[in-house]
Design a protein around this ligand. Structure first.
Ligand code: GLC
Length: 408
C-alpha cells in the first residue's frame, strides 16, 4: 500500500530543481568555496553584493509550469550555509540581511501557489559556515532543527523537505527521529527525502524517508520491501548544479526527454536542475531546454503523470505503462520521420513495435500526438501485442512517441 503523499508525489512525475545561492555570483558551481578553499571571511563578502535583483519567482515558476513540471525543489540553504529564507533570528547570514532584503523563499512559495506548482525545500545538513558543525555537533543539530522548524511553520503547506549532506558525516548521529518527527507533526503530507549521494543511489537511509534518490544516474525499478518508497532521479542540465558560467556541456532536449521516459519506465520521478545566475536570472540555455521539455509534455504528459510500470516491455528501450483507469501507454524510441528518402534522415520511418505483457483485449490504439489510429495484432493469452508504429509526419520529430490504448 502506498501512502497518500507518496502516491501524490509519483503522480507529479516531473520536477524542476533550483540551485541558487551566493556561489551563483562566482559562476563556478555550488562547491566553489570548498573547491578553492576560500576562507570563510573572504567568501562571506559575496553577501554584500547579493541583490537578487533579477530574481523573479513568478518567471521561474511559470517556466517550470510550461515545462509540465508539477513540483519544484529550491535550495533554501546549501552547503555554504547562507539561507534564502528569513531565519527569524537564527542567523544573520540570510537573504533579508543582504542587499536583497527579501525573503526569497516566501516569494518562491507564493509564486508556486499562484501557478499550482507544489513547492519543496532543499535544505543542506552539511554546513561549511557554522563553526558548530565542526566544533559542537549537538549545538549544530539544534540550529538545523530550528531552521527546518522555521520552514515547516512559516510558509504554509509544503510538498516536502529534500535533505542533502548526511553523507558528509556517515558515522554521526544526526538525530533524525527528532528532525523527521517534527516534520511529520507540522507537515503530515510533506515528503521526506534524503539525498544519499552519487555513490549510494537508491538506498533507503531511514524508515521515515518517502523517496530514494538517484543523483545523476538512471533509476532502476526497485523491489519494495515493507513501506512502499518512491524514487527520483536528479539531473543537471550541464555538469554543475549551481550556475557554471564556463560550462557549455549542456544535454540535448533529446537526452532530457529520453531520460524522463526512462525514469518513468523505472517508476521514478525526474528532477531536472536549473542554476540561476548571480542575481537570479535564468540562463538562456536552461530556459530553452525547459521549454522544449514542455512541448513534449504538452503532447505526452498524460502518459508520464498517470502511467505506472506493470511489466509491459518492448524491444530495445520500448516499454509500456498502465494508468489507474486501465489505459495503456506504449513508449516507442528511435522512430524516424516518414517522408521522401532523399530528404528525411531519420533512422527508421516506421516499423512494427512488439510488446509483451499486455493481456487486456485491445480495441483501438492511437498516437497521442496526432490521434492517428494504428493497426495491430494481438495474442492476449500470451500477452503479445504488435502494432504498426508509423514514423513521424514530415515536420515533426518528438524523440519518443507514445501510443495510447484507452481503457474500455
Ligand atoms: C550533491 C552535492 C550538491 C548538490 C546535490 C544535488 O550531493 O553536494 O552540491 O546539491 O548533490 O543532488
Amino acid at each position: 500500500m502506498k501512502e497518500k503523499r507518496i502516491e501524490a508525489f509519483e503522480e507529479m512525475a516531473f520536477g524542476i530543481f533550483v540551485h541558487w545561492g551566493l556561489y551563483s555570483q562566482i559562476g563556478r558551481g555550488e562547491w566553489i568555496l570548498h573547491q578553492d578553499q576560500i576562507p570563510i571571511e573572504e567568501y562571506k563578502k559575496l553577501m554584500s553584493t547579493f541583490t537578487a535583483e533579477d530574481f523573479k519567482a513568478e518567471t521561474l515558476v511559470s517556466l517550470a509550469k510550461k515545462a509540465g513540471a508539477r513540483y519544484m525543489v529550491l535550495t533554501t540553504r546549501h552547503h555554504e550555509g547562507f539561507s534564502l529564507y528569513d531565519t527569524r533570528g537564527l542567523s544573520d547570514y540570510d537573504a533579508p540581511h543582504s542587499p536583497a532584503g527579501r525573503d526569497l523563499v516566501e516569494e518562491y512559495v507564493r509564486a508556486c501557489r499562484r501557478e499550482g506548482i507544489v513547492p519543496l525545500f532543499y535544505h543542506t545538513t552539511l554546513d561549511w559556515y557554522q563553526p558548530s558543525f565542526r566544533e559542537d555537533f549537538d549545538a549544530y543539530l539544534d540550529y538545523l532543527y530550528r531552521s527546518v522548524e522555521v520552514l515547516c511553520t512559516q510558509y504554509g503547506k509544503i510538498g516536502g523537505l529534500w535533505f542533502d549532506g548526511n553523507w558528509s558525516k556517515p558515522d554521526a548521529d544526526w538525530k533524525l527521529d527528532r528532525l523527521y518527527g517534527m516534520i511529520r507533526r507540522y507537515q503530515p503530507d510533506a515528503m521526506i527525502i534524503n539525498n544519499t549521494g552519487l555513490d549510494d543511489r537508491g538506498r533507503v537511509s531511514h524508515p521515515e524517508v518517502d523517496s530514494v534518490t538517484f543523483e545523476q544516474g538512471m533509476p532502476v525499478l526497485r523491489e519494495q520491501q515493507g513501506k512502499y518508497v518512491a524514487s527520483e532521479m536528479c539531473l543537471t542540465m550541464n555538469d554543475h548544479w549551481g550556475y557554471g558560467k564556463g560550462d557549455l556541456h549542456y544535454k540535448s532536449p533529446e537526452e532530457c526527454i529520453r531520460t524522463l521516459c526512462l525514469c518513468r519506465k523505472a517508476g521514478a520521478n525526474l528532477l531536472l536542475n536549473i542554476g540561476p545566475m548571480g542575481q537570479g536570472a535564468i540562463p538562456k540555455m536552461s530556459e530553452a531546454l525547459t521549454l522544449c521539455m514542455g512541448e513534449w509534455m504538452d503532447l505526452f504528459g498524460e502518459a508520464v503523470y498517470h502511467g505506472r510500470p506493470a511489466g509491459i516491455l518492448g524491444e530495445g528501450e520500448d516499454f509500456g505503462l498502465i494508468g489507474q483507469d486501465g489505459s495503456i501507454y506504449l513508449f516507442v524510441f528511435n522512430l524516424g520521420i516518414s517522408g521522401n528518402s532523399h530528404v528525411t534522415v531519420g533512422k527508421r520511418g516506421s516499423r512494427l513495435a512488439t510488446f509483451q505483457g499486455i493481456h487486456q483485449k485491445v480495441k483501438k490504439i492511437r498516437w497521442m500526438d496526432n490521434g492517428q489510429e494504428l493497426s495491430f495484432m494481438q495474442d492476449a493469452e500470451q500477452g503479445m501485442f504488435t502494432f504498426h508504429a508509423t514514423g513521424f509526419d514530415y515536420g515533426h520529430q518528438y524523440v519518443v512517441r507514445v501510443a495510447k490504448i484507452s481503457a474500455e
